[in-house]
Design a protein around this ligand. Structure first.
Ligand SMILES: C[S@@+](CC[C@H](N)C(=O)[O-])C[C@H]1O[C@@H](n2cnc3c(N)ncnc32)[C@H](O)[C@@H]1O
Length: 309
């Protein structure tokens, strides 16, 4: 099955678009950003709600998402085949709102050829952007054991990161590098001693390698920083995350910029003004999780750009 024929059920569709456009009046104008086009669930609803003077700039790293986006003929819409950190290229203060729905889309996970899932056998790739960069197989073929263990521990919070890394390197030396998802999943199953109930032993390792190979957390941090300069006063930042490492970054970023910053070397100087107001933290309803189990770990955070003085 090709991933172009697979569907993505958008998570928190109405909630995210309501939060994004919430501060604007009817028929919003201005430039809006969807950092993660995917299959365009959020983008299409945003376009439906924008007025004739509105425009939507979307980003995605995945060429298949870009192919889907080119089917949208609305002149108010444009798509960029780039990581969302490139929202920094938009003029300062030009965006009325920024949305990011992080992580992978269902077509990516459900397509064996993309190598994201231990549920199917396929090439060990996991790149969102298949037109550039190194695949997981390429990286595991030469990385040092310490680096592999660090990635699996830090991004997978995997207790058995050390034994898994050693098993990967031993296998590489004995029989050549890992090439497929099934080879990695089997090897991890052999190295993980105690299993978490209801979870495949390779879950944490696959998550870790995916986050690493796509530089997901670094790019998220860069995009959040960029949003501060790109958002106009009153503009909303809406971020949906799917695991605790992402959510922690978003939460800490909003908390950091939601208070005045005092310079301890200049105690009587005016403090640096806060740049964000935290507005909301929303989880999918029980009905949404029942209809779409992939929504179960989603957390959406909403903040508003202040007018800095
Ligand atoms: C959860 S899906 C988004 C689904 C979308 N909101 C929808 O309703 O169809 C995440 C998408 O973001 C893309 N993506 C993830 N990280 C990205 C990044 N740093 N820059 C650009 N796109 C990214 C992935 O390729 C994937 O297509």
């Amino acid at each position: 099955m090709t991933s172009t024929s697979l569907k993505h059920t958008t998570v928190l569709l109405d909630e995210a678009v309501d939060a994004l456009l919430g501060g604007a009046g009817p028929e919003p104008a201005g430039t809006w950003v969807d950092g993660t086009f995917g299959r365009g669930g959020h983008s299409r609803l945003i376009l439906l709600r924008l007025g004739p003077g509105g425009r939507l700039v979307a980003f995605d790293k995945d060429p298949e998402a870009i192919a889907e986006a080119t089917r949208i003929t609305d002149a108010r819409f444009s798509i960029r085949h780039e990581g969302f950190r490139h929202l920094a290229d938009l003029p300062a203060g030009s965006a009325a709102g920024v949305l990011m729905d992080l992580g992978v889309s269902s077509p990516q996970i459900d397509s064996p050829g993309r190598g994201f899932s231990f549920r199917f056998d396929g090439p060990l790739d996991m790149r969102m952007d298949t037109t550039r960069g190194e695949s997981v197989a390429d990286w595991l073929a030469t990385a040092e054991v310490g680096q592999i263990a660090e990635v699996i521990r830090d991004y997978g919070e995997e207790r058995f990161a050390g034994p898994i890394a050693k098993a990967i390197v031993a296998r590489r030396e004995e029989r050549g590098p890992l090439a497929t998802t099934a080879e990695l999943a089997d090897l991890v199953a052999g190295a993980v001693k105690t299993r978490e109930p209801g979870q495949n032993p390779a879950t944490r390792t696959f998550q870790a390698l995916r986050i690493f190979i796509n530089a997901e957390l670094e790019e998220l941090q860069q995009a959040l920083e960029a949003s501060l300069s790109v958002l106009q006063p009153g503009g909303r930042l809406v971020v949906i995350s799917f695991h605790s490492l992402e959510d922690r970054i978003v939460k800490q970023f909003i908390a950091k910029h939601s208070k005045e910053v005092f310079d301890r070397r200049a105690p009587f100087a005016k403090p640096q003004a806060m740049k964000l107001v935290a507005l909301d933290r929303i989880k999918p309803s029980a009905a949404e999780v029942e209809a779409n189990p992939r929504a179960r770990s989603a957390i959406m955070r909403v903040a508003e750009r202040t007018a800095t003085v």
